[in-house]
Design a protein around this ligand. Structure first.
Ligand SMILES: Cc1ncc(COP(=O)(O)O)c(C=O)c1O
Length: 386
């Protein structure tokens, strides 16, 4: 079947008049790049997650890079990352000449095995300089572990790309480590098309990230043109980057931020609906989290690895888009060959990814779409398993 109007994509952004009006407001006021909308977005986001500093960036990838610079990660330093993630989490480490250390998943979860990290920190002091945990799919990655890692001298940068808004007993994610980095990429829980936000409690780190975000300039362009000092005056205090967000994007982000709880509620409803049908899919494992979750993803495990690709194709033919999260990093040519990695080194990730398919969830997916997904998945399940 070719794609038709009945096709349910695995993720689909949805905007309303609020986002349209926000874009028009910026176009009409004439200041397009980083300015008052970015500043308002930062203030509103900081208030939302109850953090003192929030800094807009052009993507979470840029934010992770800046976070590593903010933590003063140097050439040769080792930074632990899960193998079960998107390549952005690890690639930024190479930007600094540092080395990623890939960590397997904890049994039955898609997230970093913190017992491996605990062992490394205990038995190889000074081996790890930093860790980047990923809150996979929007569940909090072992929230009680990170303060002990920090106490033992390891920097912690949370990859919150999937996890807005999510709380634990410690508050919003992004506050468990030294820095948190959110993504507003097109398929994320709130979006600006491309974009991200860095949060921290450390004023010096916040200032350094802010400076590096825009060419190492000591005050951003908007400040230059609005301040009482002559507009031409600025100073370069570092070799920075072009990692700023535009006001057009920030205006969309502010409108999205106001809907963040409602959008999350809709994803929760869809996740609960899928879960309520779990019994009718023998052999499948559906995610079920005890704590809070943003439900950015609904990663299901099919009964047998050898059936996964066939199930994806059959669902597609019936008009359901799915995706795979993730082909783990150790399976990709670049990471595999650079570090001579073997699948046997990551047995848990191996047991998961080959059975995984992510069912549709997100702003464009309501209960009517979820019902169709379940109907069509039943059909595929019956065809394969009788
Ligand atoms: C876990 C994770 N980290 C980082 C990123 C990078 O986000 P961005 O596209 O905003 O750079 C992504 C993007 O999908 C991601 O899934």
């Amino acid at each position: 079947m070719s794609q038709n109007t009945d096709f349910i994509p695995y993720a689909r952004p949805r905007f309303g008049p609020e986002e349209e009006e926000a874009v028009l407001r910026v176009l009409r006021n004439g200041w397009l790049t980083t300015g008052s909308e970015c500043r308002a977005f930062e203030d509103e986001f900081a208030a939302f997650v109850q953090m003192p500093y929030a800094i807009t960036v052009s993507s979470a990838t840029a934010g992770l890079h800046l976070a590593l610079l903010g933590m003063n990660i140097q050439k040769g330093d080792r930074v632990a990352v899960p193998t079960y993630t998107f390549t952005a989490t690890a690639e930024v480490i190479l930007y600094l000449g540092a080395e990623p250390v890939l960590i397997d998943c904890a049994p039955d979860t898609f997230m970093m095995d913190v017992s491996i990290l605990d062992d490394l920190i205990l038995h190889k002091p000074n081996f790890l300089r930093a860790i980047i945990p990923v809150h996979f799919g929007g569940q909090a990655c072992y929230p009680d572990f990170w303060s002990s890692a920090r106490d033992r001298g390891v920097k912690v940068i949370e990859d919150c790309a999937h996890a807005f808004p999510v709380t634990t007993d410690h508050g919003y994610l992004g506050d468990l480590g030294d820095i948190g980095v959110y993504s507003f990429y097109a398929n994320k829980t709130i979006t600006t098309g491309e974009g991200g936000m860095v949060v921290t409690r450390n004023p010096q780190v916040a200032q350094r990230i802010k400076t590096l975000r825009l060419h190492g300039i000591d005050r951003d362009a908007f400040q230059r043109f609005q301040s009482t000092q002559p507009a031409w005056f600025y100073d370069i205090v570092d070799a920075g980057y072009k990692y700023n967000l535009t006001d057009i994007q920030a205006a969309i982000g502010r409108a999205q931020l106001r809907k963040a709880h409602t959008l999350k509620q809709q994803r929760q409803e869809v996740a609960r609906f899928y879960q309520s049908h779990r019994e009718s899919f023998p052999g499948w494992i559906f995610p079920d989290h005890a704590g809070d979750c943003s439900w950015h993803l609904f990663p299901a495990l099919c009964p047998r690895a050898e059936d996964r690709d066939r199930i994806i194709q059959k669902l597609y033919d019936l008009g359901v888009g799915t995706s795979v999260h993730y082909i783990p990093l150790h399976r990709h040519t670049f990471w595999r060959t650079r570090y001579n990695l073997k699948p046997e080194q990551f047995p848990v990730a191996e047991s998961l990814w080959q059975r995984e398919l992510s069912l549709p969830i997100g702003p464009g997916i309501g209960l009517p779409e979820a019902e169709k997904v379940v109907d069509r998945l039943h059909k595929v399940h019956r065809e394969i398993y009788g």
